[in-house]
Design a protein around this ligand. Sequence first.
Ligand SMILES: Nc1ncnc2c1ncn2[C@@H]1O[C@H](COP(=O)(O)OP(=O)(O)OP(=O)(O)O)[C@@H](O)[C@H]1O
Ligand SMILES: [Mg+2]
Length: 264
Amino acid sequence: MSASMTASAPAAGLASALEIRGLVKEYVAGKPVLRGVDLAVPAEGITAIIGPSGTGKSTLIRCINRLVEPTRGSIKLHGEELTGLSGRGLRLARRRIGMVFQEYNLVERLSVMENVLSGRLGYVPLWRAWLRKYPAADIERAFMLLDAVGLPEHATRRADALSGGQRQRVGIARALMQRPDILLADEPTSSLDPRTAVEVLELLTRLTAAEGVPVIINIHNVDLAKRYARRIVGMSGGSVIFDGPPEQLETHHLRAIYGGEDWM
Ligand SMILES: Nc1ncnc2c1ncn2[C@@H]1O[C@H](COP(=O)(O)OP(=O)(O)OP(=O)(O)O)[C@@H](O)[C@H]1O
Ligand SMILES: [Mg+2]
């Protein structure tokens, strides 16, 4: 891709990784939380979703990996419709979607290495996973990723012995272990101190660029969103009301997204 291209609108001929059309989610019938979201996520770079609490950012991410059942609309990953998938089709689709969580979601009593390897669970036959037998190539890749996230000497430590920042590094390595087509991160730095948050975002940016994995990240910190994302999606009231590169996000947009201005 040419360096001059803006991320906001994928250029003609460049396929989006993910295409969302008319996505509606009603947890309670007649009360939509998402009100017809359209979003095309480019094949590379970080897309940051910002917006006030309760506006449906997590719901959007959960609709993509189908932890939440969309009410209406279309979600296509490299052209494959994800809504309506079930059973094996859904399991196969989920293998292509990496997840990074605010509270890390590691298996605390397992080692760092086993947590990273568990990113491959969708691929390894269940009996081998039970026996904790992974192919040599997986173990090699897990070591490579642990090295990349700066934790090579922590492979055998239990996850519950790590700090939050270290845990999130393991979370990122685990998500990349499955070689996803897209990575979804719901507030991955909200539980971290400001400096660690920056370090984790640096790492996420660097590794996903190296692996060619596009990222959708929900984030409350607008400054960090502008610093690391190629593209900002501003949501309010369950709709997208801003979609463009960080340099186009102005004060009046933030006012429209978050409401009021006494907080600014
Ligand atoms: N499982 C659920 N059942 C019913 N309502 C839900 C459920 N999950 C979320 N909601 C509601 O949907 C709305 C959007 O919630 P969501 O968690 O998607 O917002 P958010 O933008 O991620 O907020 P935050 O920034 O606080 O994480 C809220 O009103 C919430 O109460
Ligand atoms: Mg949320």
